[in-house]
Every structure is written in C-alpha cells, then in structure tokens.
Design a protein around this ligand. Structure first.
Ligand code: UDP
Ligand code: MG
Length: 313
C-alpha cells in the first residue's frame, strides 16, 4: 500500500522544519505498524521566502520528501489540485496544512479507517480558539451557504482529509478552473467518515486569510456551485412585476375616476432607486456567471510548475 501526504506551503519557512519532522515521526512509526510505504509531497505555492530552499535541502537527505514548486502563487486550491493530479497512482492521499493547525496525530486514525474501507476520512475541528468576529461570520456563512448550495457543507470541515484512490481520480477529473474544494469534496460522495479534533491557533507565521478573502470565498462558494442566485433573481423580478402591475392598475383606475393627480415625487424616486438597485444587483450576479464562463472557456492551466521531483501526471 502506498500513501502520500500532500502539504501546500506558501511562505512557511518559520514552521516548515517542525511540520516536516512531526509528519515523518508519525508516519515512520505508523507505516511500520500498518505496513505501508509513504512519501510527503510539499507544494511550494510560489513562496517568496526560503520555503523552497528548505524543502530542497530536505530532499537531499530524505528520499521520501517530494516537492512541486510553482512559478508563482496560484493559491491553495491550485496547490491541492496539483498534488492530487500527481498522486493518481497512490492508494490513498492525505491533504494537510503546513502550519500544524491540522494535528498530524490524526493521520494514523485516518489510515486505520481507510484500511477498513472508508473513501474519505474527514477531520472536523471545533471553533474553540477563534475570535468572536470570525466565529459569528463563519456561523452565518454556513447557514447561508447551505441554503444556496446543493451539496451539504458542514462547519469546521476543511481540507484536512484522507482520500482514497477513486476519490482522487474523481476530483482530478473535475477540471473546473474556479475551484471550490469544500463543494467538490462533498459532491463526489463515496463512503465518508468524520473525526473530530480540537482547534488550534497557528504556532508560527501568519494566516493568509484576510477578512475580505473570507467574504470572497463565501461568494465563490455560492456562485461556483449552482445557478440558484439566478433563479432567485427571476423570483424577485416576478414579484416586482406583480406589484408593479397592481400599482399601475390602481393608478389607472384612480385616473379614470378622479382625473390625473400630479404629485408623485415619492413614487417616482422609489421606483427609480428600487428598480435601479435590483437591476444593478441582477446584472452583477449575471456578470459573476459570465465571468466564470470566461475563465472556464480560456481553460488556462491551474498552475505552472517551476521545479519538481515527482513525475506521473
Ligand atoms: N496556502 C497556499 N497558498 C496560498 C495560501 C495558503 O498553499 O496562497 C497554504 C498555507 O501554506 C497553509 C494552508 O494553505 O499550509 C492554509 O493556509 P492558512 O494557514 O493561511 O489558512 P487558515 O489556516 O488560516 O485557513
Ligand atoms: Mg492555517
């Protein structure tokens, strides 16, 4: 049995050493017990610090360390996709963050469950050590997104998970360029199991998520998975039309009965602003979809590799 751990790294020089030694320590021990071979594939996502140098130095002493280095920063989604694309021959793949926020101690448990026949072993964290604002935003986000998206998306579930070979093949076959992994993982299905762990704050380095990025990610989640926002626009449009017709009828009957009544400043302003607002929102939602079509049609590669020591794409 061959198992691969994929670690996306973007400017992780401060913590790389400890992550690498943690992982090898746990995997060395577990691979002997469960009789599998393993390697660790680090994806350097165009880091501007010494991350790549440190990884390359490691490969000299440890044959189990593999790496792919991107020509620039393509984002974590691209890094995971690259990792999976190059790991189609492995029996199972584990995706884990480089910052030790995902406890590597869970890996042996994941592999145990995989051996028993689970295709996706998903790690779920609680939200203990997070600040209030983030707790609130994520909570509302998940409530909202589950109303819009057809695939169920659970709070606390991230990219830390084990995927069996057939799940990897399924995910790699989804070549969309606007990738929303939370949805993609959920969409492929197969036998899933969840294990819980306690949330930890980052030990070193900085989170690459700003508040704006989180909001953008949320919008991506809604828009990249279905066309419900377009459907919503249709309903809003119908509703507005319905009330407009009633209002027009009332006004018309009024005119017929009592003659033209000029004052109407409020109604005109209301109609202009309200309808204008709805139209702007509608156009921008349609624009979001058109923009996505634009990117899909261009079909650019998800990432460009500068250097690597793995083959088999
Ligand atoms: N990461 C990446 N490319 C990016 C941003 C992040 O490969 O453009 C990696 C990062 O090195 C880490 C993981 O993705 O291993 C999660 O990033 P981060 O810790 O910043 O996110 P958070 O844990 O705050 O969600
Ligand atoms: Mg993190």
């Amino acid at each position: 049995m061959e198992i691969r751990v994929i670690v996306p790294c973007f400017n992780e020089e401060d913590i790389f050493e400890s992550t690498c030694s943690e992982l090898t320590k746990i995997l060395d021990k577990d691979s002997i017990i469960k009789k599998y071979t393993y390697d660790i594939l680090f994806i350097d996502d165009g880091s501007s610090d010494k991350t790549l140098d440190i990884i390359m130095a490691k490969t000299k002493f440890n044959k189990r360390i593999k790496y792919i280095s991107f020509s620039k920063n393509f984002g974590k989604e691209a890094a995971m996709y690259a990792g999976l694309t190059h790991s189609k021959d492995k029996d199972a793949v584990i995706i884990i963050d480089a910052d030790l926020q995902h406890p590597p101690e869970l890996i042996p448990i994941m592999i145990e469950k995989f051996i028993r026949g689970t295709d996706q072993v998903i790690a779920k964290r609680d939200r203990k050590n997070e600040n209030f604002l983030r707790k609130i935003t994520t909570k509302t986000y998940y409530k909202l997104i589950n109303k819009f998206v057809d695939v169920p998306i659970t709070d606390g579930i991230g990219d830390f998970r084990l995927l069996s070979q057939r799940v990897v093949h399924a995910i790699v076959s989804m070549t969309e360029s606007q990738r929303f992994s939370k949805g993609i993982f959920s969409w492929v299905g197969f036998k899933q199991e969840i294990i819980e762990y306690e949330n930890k704050t980052r030990v070193a380095g900085q989170s690459k998520w700003s508040f704006k990025k989180l909001i953008d990610y949320g919008v991506d989640g809604v828009i990249s998975f279905n066309n419900k926002p377009l459907r919503l626009l249709l309903y809003i449009g119908l509703l507005v039309c319905f009330f407009s017709i009633i209002y027009i009828l009332i006004t018309f009957i009024n005119i017929m009965l009592y003659g033209i009544n000029l004052p109407g400043y409020f109604t005109i302003i209301f109609a202009i602003l309200f309808l204008g607002g709805i139209q702007l929102i509608s156009i921008s939602i349609i624009g979001e979809y058109v923009g996505r079509i634009y990117y899909e049609v261009k079909a650019r590669p998800h990432y460009l590799i500068k250097k690597c020591n793995v083959d088999n794409e």
